[in-house]
Design a protein around this ligand. Structure first.
Ligand SMILES: CC[C@@H](C(=O)O)C(=O)SCCNC(=O)CCNC(=O)[C@H](O)C(C)(C)COP(=O)(O)OP(=O)(O)OC[C@H]1O[C@@H](n2cnc3c(N)ncnc32)[C@H](O)[C@@H]1OP(=O)(O)O
Ligand code: CO
Length: 133
């Protein structure tokens, strides 16, 4: 894994949270994108070299809707940048991690993504991200 690609924060109202995080960071979001397959609207902020992803659910069975209903708003996942997501999935499976989608799927911001189950990672939902070239 190369670096943290982004930190994902689950929110109830992305418009209100965009204003809040703009006030916090001093810069507005640089991108917004809906990802239908995950049932989310996202927005992205740059903080120096780091990236924050806000996620609001757009449907009831979205992972974000379930998470907010159970735990409330807050840090939902940590995403790591990887060179070769298919190789990384194979390596982590071999190590005994539970990969939630063995076939990488299209995420936001031009990435292929895969997730590890938080039950196998001390309660942290881990996302792997590979830049689509
Ligand atoms: C925008 C695209 C992409 C990007 O490009 O960046 C994204 O970031 S998409 C983000 C949203 N998508 C996902 O999260 C996909 C992966 N997640 C899942 O497949 C599911 O959420 C899950 C992790 C398998 C949980 O689903 P499910 O079992 O249906 O939900 P439960 O509510 O029953 O949870 C079971 C268990 O897991 C705990 N949990 C759930 N989510 C998290 C989390 N984010 N972090 C830590 N723990 C989590 C939940 O609390 C339950 O625990 P117990 O209550 O102790 O059983
Ligand atoms: Co993410």
């Amino acid at each position: 894994m190369k670096k943290i690609e982004h930190i994902g924060i689950a929110v109830k109202d992305i418009e209100a949270s965009n204003a809040l995080f703009e006030a916090l960071f001093g810069e507005p979001e640089y991108k917004t994108e809906a990802v239908e397959s995950e049932g989310v609207k996202t927005s992205f902020f740059k903080v120096g070299p780091n990236k924050i992803e806000l996620l609001e659910a757009t449907k009831e069975d979205s992972p974000i809707a379930k998470y907010v209903a159970k735990k409330g708003e807050g840090i939902h996942h940590i995403a790591f940048d990887v060179e070769d997501i298919t190789a990384e999935i194979a390596r982590l499976k071999e190590k005994g991690f539970t990969v939630l989608n063995e076939t990488p799927k299209k995420g936001a911001d031009n990435k292929l993504v895969a997730f590890l189950h938080p039950k196998g990672t001390n309660g942290v939902l881990v996302e792997l991200c590979q830049e689509i070239s």
